[in-house]
Design a protein around this ligand. Structure first.
Ligand SMILES: Cc1cc2nc3c(=O)[nH]c(=O)nc-3n(C[C@H](O)[C@H](O)[C@H](O)COP(=O)(O)OP(=O)(O)OC[C@H]3O[C@@H](n4cnc5c(N)ncnc54)[C@H](O)[C@@H]3O)c2cc1C
Length: 295
């Protein structure tokens, strides 16, 4: 089948091209999901609109506590950016287990989100950071919380002529640390069986506060673990506390049985990873230097 391949030089051109072609057109960033899926299914989009010339979408911007990833930022850029080695290290821990080096060099954060796989590895940590996504379309731009953007497997709020331009978030105001764990048969080159991200802060009296936990691959979309977060508020992570966090995480999972793992194993992993993510990030708090609690 002939595929029309377009290379817009501006965001406005990309949107106009997509609008003119309707749902027969697909944007392509790194192509590591789109091409594989088209090859597997044997169904190619009538038009592919390449976003790679929109170089401003490849920028990471940091000011004070505010962060913006252009949608074309690659996993490799995040993995190798020293600004994420401290409290936000879960971003690097997520990025560095996506595929192998070749995939990470071209695969983008925007593609990971827009593809809407329940196992997209960047999503849990971005949910913990209360990330929002910016979409530009024929009627202008809009910003949506990531938690609302993804609606289920391969389902998002994005219209076919909207380009995801940015992923925006702020770092927590208090001293904080983060962690990410991925369960697969191998550490990389393997879709997650369960993925868990956590961001925790410390209160002035040395208790957990502003706890954020998110789980991927254990349901139709990645979710925040609201019950576990609430339970942890004001506590310190003792054995009993962590046991309960694990129980709450397993209870929140709605996993499927598939070739990679049974639903019951996924629930078990959810419990283990929730405990570990809280413990690891709590232990990291004393090491990171991001205390803005006085601000
Ligand atoms: C060998 C291999 C291993 C992998 N391992 C992992 C893994 O461990 N974890 C993981 O999470 N993923 C993994 N993936 C999946 C993939 O690499 C990631 O999801 C990647 O981030 C997708 O980004 P991309 O730029 O390649 O997306 P593309 O394939 O270019 O696009 C994906 C989808 O998003 C749409 N899209 C892309 N960018 C935009 C935009 N800016 N605006 C609007 N729509 C857009 C496209 O139309 C398409 O529907 C793997 C893939 C391969 C091939």
């Amino acid at each position: 089948m002939d595929v029309e391949f377009l290379e817009p030089q501006s965001l406005q051109d990309a949107i106009a091209m997509a609008k003119a072609r309707g749902s027969a057109a697909r944007f392509i960033a790194g192509g590591t999901d789109l091409i594989i899926q088209a090859r597997k299914s044997g169904t190619w989009p009538a038009t592919v609109i390449n976003l790679q010339r929109l170089t401003t979408l490849g920028e990471i911007k940091v000011s004070d506590r505010n962060y913006s990833f252009g949608s074309l930022v690659t996993h490799r850029q995040i993995e190798s950016d020293a600004r994420f080695a401290g409290g936000l290290q879960a971003l690097q821990e997520s990025a560095c287990v996506i595929g192998g080096h070749q995939v990470r060099n071209v695969a983008t954060v925007g593609g990971n989100i827009c593809n809407a796989s329940p196992a997209a590895d960047m999503v849990p940590i971005l949910l913990c950071l209360n990330a929002e996504v910016s979409l530009a379309g024929p009627n202008g731009s809009r910003v949506i919380p990531l938690a609302e953007f993804t609606q289920g497997p391969r389902k998002t709020q994005r219209a076919s002529d909207e380009v995801m331009t940015e992923i925006i978030f702020s770092a927590p105001a208090r001293k904080f640390a983060s962690a990410f764990l991925k369960g697969g048969r191998r550490r990389a080159m393997e879709i997650s069986i369960v993925a868990m991200a956590g961001v925790v802060s410390a209160s002035a009296d040395g208790k957990l506060t502003d706890v954020r936990l998110a789980m991927g691959a254990a349901g139709p979309k990645a979710i925040r673990l609201a019950d576990a977060e609430k339970f942890l508020e004001g506590k310190t992570p003792s054995k009993a506390v962590l046991e309960e966090v694990g129980r709450l995480a397993a209870a929140a999972a709605t996993p499927i049985d598939d070739v990679r793992a049974s639903a019951s194993f996924r629930r078990h992993l959810a419990a283990v990873y929730a405990r570990r993510v809280v413990e690891i990030s709590w232990n990291r708090i004393s090491e990171v230097r991001n205390d803005r609690s006085a601000a």
